[in-house]
Ligand binder design. Structure first.
Ligand SMILES: [Cu+2]
Length: 341
C-alpha cells in the first residue's frame, strides 16, 4: 500500500464542515480514510459520504446536539472538577496511585488515538494537595514502554522523574513535600520526550496555599492536541481530551459566582496554545503563584505553562471559550459556559 500522509491543511479543510455537521454515528474524514492511515486506520471507523459533511454552519450554531463530540454529559467530570481543597494540617500524607497503560482514546467521533495514559485518560487524573503535605505517589508501569512521572514544583532531584526510569511491569514511589503553592503539572520524562508527552502521559497538579483561596466553583482545563495520522502535526485539539466536548455539553455556572479555572498547556508540536473568553473578562495569575494578576480576556501559554483564571460572569447565557489560534478552535478546542441565574 502506498502510504500517503494527510497534511494538517488538508485535514483542516475537511474538518471545518465536519465540525459543523450533525453527529451521525461514527464519522471520519474521507481523506483520512483513504490514506491507509497510521495508527488508527484499523479501527473500522465508517466513512461518511462527503455530502453529509456539506453545509458548514459556523461555530455560532455548533452547540449542544450540533457539536460533534464523543460521549455522554458527565464523562469528563472527574477531569473537569478537581477534588476539594483540604485545609492545611501539619504532618499529613497524601497518597495517590498512577498506573500507565496503552489504550485507544476516541478523541473525536470515530477518530481513535493510540495513547499512553495515566489511569486511563489523557490528561491523567488531577492530583491535588495542600502546601506542606507529604505527597506519596505510587507509579505502576503497566504500559509497553519505559515511563516516569516528572512533577513540576520543588522536590529532591532523585524524585524528579528523570533518572529513575520505570520499566514495563515495574513500579516506583515518588515522595516529597508539596511546594510551592500554585498550579503545576506532571508528565512522563522518558525519551523521546516529545513522543511520551504527546502520547498522553500528563496531567494537572494543584498545590493549594496554606491560606486557602476564596470558595469558588473550580474547574480544570488541560489543553492538548492529538496527531492522529502520525505526521508530527496535531489533527485535533481539545481541553481534557475530547474535541468539541464542552460545545456539546456546556459547563453550567451561576451569574456572579466566583468561577476558578486551573488552565495548563500540554500541547505538543505547536509552540503555544491559548484561552479566550467571550463577552466577559477574567483575572489571570501565572503559575497560580504570587500577587501578579492580569485582567484580560485572552492568555497564551507555551507547553508546560499554566495559570489560574478567575471570573464572575456579569451576564447570563452561553459564553464561548476557545483557543484564539482559530485553527485550533476549528479542530476541536472550543466550548461554552452556560451562565444561569
Ligand atoms: Cu513515558
Amino acid at each position: 500500500m502506498t502510504k500517503r500522509r494527510l497534511t494538517r491543511g488538508k485535514l483542516l479543510a475537511a474538518a471545518a464542515p465536519l465540525a459543523a455537521a450533525p453527529l451521525v454515528g461514527k464519522i471520519t474524514l474521507d481523506a483520512q480514510a483513504q490514506t491507509g492511515g497510521h495508527d488508527h486506520s484499523s479501527h473500522g471507523a465508517t466513512r461518511t459520504p462527503a455530502s453529509h459533511l456539506d453545509g458548514a454552519m459556523g461555530h455560532a450554531a455548533m452547540v449542544g446536539e450540533a457539536a460533534p463530540a464523543v460521549g455522554g454529559p458527565n464523562d469528563l467530570d472527574t477531569l473537569l472538577y478537581p477534588p476539594p481543597a483540604l485545609p492545611f494540617r501539619p504532618g499529613r500524607v497524601r497518597e495517590f496511585t498512577l498506573t500507565a497503560t496503552d489504550t485507544e482514546l476516541e478523541v473525536a467521533p470515530g477518530v481513535f488515538f493510540p495513547a499512553w495514559v495515566y489511569n486511563g485518560t489523557a490528561p491523567g487524573p488531577v492530583i491535588r494537595a495542600t502546601e506542606g503535605d507529604t505527597l506519596r505517589v505510587r507509579f505502576v508501569n503497566g504500559g509497553g514502554h519505559p515511563h516516569t512521572i516528572h512533577f513540576h514544583g520543588i522536590h529532591p532531584s532523585d524524585m524528579d522523574g528523570v533518572f529513575e526510569i520505570v520499566e514495563t511491569g515495574d513500579e516506583f514511589t515518588y515522595e516529597f513535600e508539596a511546594r510551592p503553592a500554585g498550579f503545576h503539572l506532571y508528565h512522563c520524562h522518558a525519551t523521546p520526550l516529545k513522543k511520551h508527552i504527546h502520547k498522553g502521559l500528563y496531567g494537572a497538579f494543584i498545590i493549594d496555599p496554606k491560606e486557602p483561596r476564596p470558595p469558588a466553583k473550580e474547574l480544570v482545563m488541560v489543553m492538548n492536541g492529538f496527531d492522529t495520522d502520525g505526521d508530527g502535526e496535531n489533527n485535533f485539539y481539545t481541553v481534557n481530551g475530547r474535541s468539541f466536548y464542552y460545545a456539546r455539553y456546556p459547563i453550567e455556572v451561576k451569574r456572579s459566582e466566583l468561577v476558578r479555572v486551573y488552565l495548563a498547556n500540554l500541547t505538543e508540536f505547536d509552540l503555544i496554545n491559548s484561552f479566550h473568553l467571550h463577552a466577559d473578562f477574567f483575572r489571570y495569575q501565572p503559575t497560580g503563584t504570587g500577587d501578579s494578576w492580569e485582567y484580560t480576556d485572552t492568555v497564551m501559554q507555551c507547553q508546560g505553562q499554566r495559570g489560574v483564571l478567575e471570573v464572575q460572569f456579569a451576564g447570563t447565557g452561553l459564553h464561548m471559550f476557545h483557543a484564539h489560534q482559530s485553527e485550533f478552535a476549528e479542530l476541536g478546542w472550543m466550548g461554552f459556559f452556560d451562565v444561569i441565574d
